[in-house]
Design a protein around this ligand. Structure first.
Ligand SMILES: [Zn+2]
Ligand SMILES: [Zn+2]
Length: 346
């Protein structure tokens, strides 16, 4: 085994710096020196669940960028020194209908998650990217296009692709009217991507103070979700509503602003929801969801971001401040994504 250093869970908010083992390189593996690792809401949920069930070791982190430091014997697409990015999926069956359609994120036997997953070949529990080294199958590493800042690009690998896939699948482009509900890690990237795709883009938020940020990010308009008059005035308006609100909430006000035959895409809150069928019936509206991305769209998203100068708005902290980042994320005190600089692990 190889050894590296990382941050391992020792409680609901506590992470301890410790040495970790990585597998020796298989023929199709890359060793990646992790330089930057984004902090995602999933990390908070995983730490909370881990504390309740105290199961396998937990090292969070599933959106990272770094540099290739070693390659397996059969790797041809990458060389030592290449800049790469890794997201929240590190393997899939490769043979089911979803995988064959390029939607490895929906693999019927479930994709292998970057942490807390079960390695398909040796059965070990995967350990995440809050660590100085990650070993990944080459198919699930992506060249980081030149021009993308490696710190600001890290969140593209989870938050970015999670909003990119539905925007693309729903055909968002010039002339589309898009609303983004919730302006956080997912929402701010949804705004940038929708605007760059050519959509007229509106942010819906209950936080008036985010109006200036919304406009700075490129949004054309801002709707205060607590203002029923404003919300009523935009009834049946948006072809696509990207809902990134992470807490449980009433979907009715957001369905009402969807245009006829339009779609509400639920990305932030993935628990049970209640919908009045009449809110779908009137206007033949659709309710959908999505998460993460397949290999093809992940690569497309990175290139689109490089071509359009898009990356996350990040606050970079040394990895030793991981608990500060998690605490502040829990309070939504970040604009808009924390990224850990892993170089302090050397
Ligand atoms: Zn994530
Ligand atoms: Zn599959």
């Amino acid at each position: 085994m190889r050894t590296t250093i990382g941050w391992r869970a020792s409680g609901p908010t506590a992470l301890r710096r410790t040495s970790l083992e990585r597998r020796n390189l298989r023929s199709d593996d890359l060793a990646v020196r992790v330089d930057y690792s984004g902090v995602c809401h999933t990390d908070l949920h995983s730490l909370r669940d881990h504390d309740q069930r105290a199961i396998a070791p937990l090292v969070p982190g599933h959106e990272c960028t770094g540099v290739v430091t070693g390659t397996g014997a059969e790797v041809t697409a990458f060389s030592v020194g290449d800049r790469v990015a890794v997201g929240n999926i590190v393997d899939s069956c490769g043979t089911c209908a979803m995988c064959r359609a390029g939607q490895e994120n929906f693999c019927r036997s479930f994709p292998t998650l970057t942490y807390g997953g079960t390695d398909r070949r040796d059965g070990s529990t995967t350990l995440g990217a809050f660590s100085r080294e990650y070993v990944v199958r080459d198919r699930f590493a992506y060249p980081l296009p030149s021009g993308l800042d490696p710190a600001a690009a890290a969140p593209l690998m989870c938050a970015g692709v999670t909003v990119w896939e539905p925007l693309r699948a729903l055909g968002v482009g010039p002339g589309s009217r898009v609303a983004v509900a919730g302006l956080g890690g997912l929402g701010h990237l949804a705004v940038k991507l929708a605007v760059a795709l050519g959509a007229t883009t509106t942010v819906i938020s209950r936080t008036q103070e985010k109006r200036d940020d919304a406009l700075r990010l490129g949004a054309h308009d801002f709707l205060d979700s607590t203002d029923t008059r404003q919300m009523a005035a935009t009834r049946d308006t948006f072809d696509v509503v990207i809902d990134t609100i992470s807490a449980p909430h009433d979907l009715a006000p957001y369905l009402k602003v969807v245009a006829m035959d339009g779609t509400l895409s639920l990305l932030g809150y993935l628990g049970p929801v209640t919908v009045e069928a009449m809110d779908l019936l009137v206007g033949r509206k659709r309710l959908s969801s999505a998460g993460s991305g397949g290999r093809r769209s992940t690569a497309e998203m990175l290139q689109f971001c490089a071509d359009n100068g898009i990356a996350a708005d990040v606050e970079v902290l040394p990895s030793a401040q991981v608990e500060t980042a998690l605490d502040r994320l829990r309070r939504n005190d970040v604009r808009y994504r924390f990224v850990l600089d892993m170089s302090d692990l050397d």
